[in-house]
Design a protein around this ligand. Structure first.
Ligand SMILES: Nc1nc2c(ncn2[C@@H]2O[C@H](COP(=O)(O)OP(=O)(O)OP(=O)(O)O)[C@@H](O)[C@H]2O)c(=O)[nH]1
Ligand SMILES: [Mg+2]
Length: 236
């Protein structure tokens, strides 16, 4: 009985997540490390898009399936990106710490994303910036660079940024957990907004029908569209 109840009450979510950024920054390597705990030095450019599925037992009541869309860097803000972006609820933008041009491209990837995709409530999808190949930077980033990165990420509307290495398995789980936490928060909020909206509609119906309200305890003031419009950004 207990097992049956646990199965029944477990919430399952399927989320589409994008992995974008310049050619050769390590998108495929990050996905492979995250999903298969595997790394290879060989570079094989992605053509179009690759898919991977990561299943997380988030907590005892929540299972999360992440459908990772690993998009070829060579797609560079083309028409195809719009098709690939559709219905995604979160994203990683990846740059290569050893290649400045890949960092300079970050704002372009971010604005391409924001221009082509918004959530149901009109806000941008949560996006985490990954500074990859940190194993190649001797002693890691210095403090002033970190402060600059904090500012850059905030300024460009990223939820957070992480130093990562697909090679040495650094930062990837933390970055993914940060993104998933925000996505779950967003979907909970959207669900609540929708429930408020439906409740408002029901109350409105009751008031409109004229005859003394049937459902006990509901007072008259039905209100519609209770969306707060408060799009708070936060870092985890
Ligand atoms: N040292 C080091 N090399 C890495 C890391 N991540 C990826 N690489 C190497 O960088 C090269 C490119 O990696 P990919 O994962 O294929 O890059 P990508 O972003 O998927 O490239 P496209 O598919 O062309 O967009 C490969 O040779 C990888 O082995 C890392 O964290 N550290
Ligand atoms: Mg790739």
């Amino acid at each position: 009985n207990c097992i049956l109840q646990a199965v029944v009450t477990k919430k399952e979510h399927l989320y589409k997540i994008l992995v974008i950024g310049d050619l050769g920054t390590g998108k495929t390597s990050i996905v492979k490390r995250y999903v298969h705990n595997f790394f290879s030095q060989n570079y094989k450019a992605t053509i179009g898009v690759d898919f991977a599925l990561k299943v997380l037992d988030w907590d005892e009541r929540t299972k999360v399936r992440l459908q990772l869309w690993d998009i070829a860097g060579q797609e560079r803000f083309g028409q195809m990106t719009r098709v690939y972006y559709k219905e995604a609820v979160g994203a990683f933008v990846v740059f290569d710490l050893t290649r400045n041009s890949s960092f300079e491209a970050v704002p372009k990837w971010k604005s391409d994303l924001d221009n082509k995709l918004v959530l149901a409530d009109g806000s941008n999808i949560p996006c985490v910036l990954l500074a990859n190949k940190c194993d190649c930077v001797k002693d890691g980033l210095i403090q002033s660079s970190r402060t600059q990165m904090d500012e850059f990420a905030r300024d460009k509307g990223f939820l957070a940024w992480f130093e990562t290495s697909a090679k040495d398995n650094i930062g990837i789980d933390d970055a993914a957990n940060c993104l998933v936490r925000k996505i779950l928060e967003n979907s909970e909020k959207m669900l609540n907004d929708r429930e408020d909206e439906l409740r408002g509609m029901r109350l409105d119906d009751g008031a409109g029908s004229g005859a003394g309200n049937g459902t006990g305890g509901q007072s008259g003031s039905g209100f519609l569209g209770g969306s707060s419009g408060d799009k708070k950004r936060s870092c985890c």
